[in-house]
Design a protein around this ligand. Structure first.
Ligand SMILES: [Zn+2]
Length: 139
């Protein structure tokens, strides 16, 4: 068997019951998260393996995957960037949670927008500030 034909066998596949994907053919499918070996991840990254269905291809980034029709040339580089975390293809939900966490961390790193001078009333809470017990916030 030629090298490029070696099937990609994920180390682990998990179906995501919450995310439905549509590859543009009008068919709704469950999204999956799968873990690939480092070597196979590289094959996906280089465009020899379809990111959606893991079908191997002789030439990298064909216009469309011969098996599932996924537009590999147009979308795979971008989708790979967005979907792969190490050698795990993350599902949309997990990715959103991660983005949210990153945004929160970023927020926490930012210095406070204002400095409170003792004796001045506290600014009105926008709901995002937790005041310690005993602190009145009726400014
Ligand atoms: Zn495919």
């Amino acid at each position: 068997m030629e090298r490029w034909r070696q099937p990609v066998i994920p180390l682990n596949v998990e179906e995501d019951p919450y995310t439905i994907v549509d590859f543009g053919d009008g068919v709704a499918r469950r999204d999956v998260t799968y873990t690939l070996t480092e070597e196979d991840t590289e094959r996906v990254r280089l465009g020899y393996v379809c990111l959606q269905c893991l079908e191997p291809h002789e030439r990298p980034f064909p216009e469309r995957c011969s098996d599932c029709g996924y537009p590999m040339k147009e979308r795979q580089p971008r989708d790979f960037e967005r979907n792969y975390e190490g050698n795990v293809r993350m599902d949309l939900g997990a990715r959103r949670i991660k983005e949210r966490l990153a945004a929160l961390e970023e927020e926490a790193r930012r210095p406070a927008a204002s400095i409170l001078v003792p004796g001045t009333p506290l600014p009105k809470s926008d709901g995002g500030v937790i005041l310690p017990k005993g602190v009145k916030n009726d400014a």
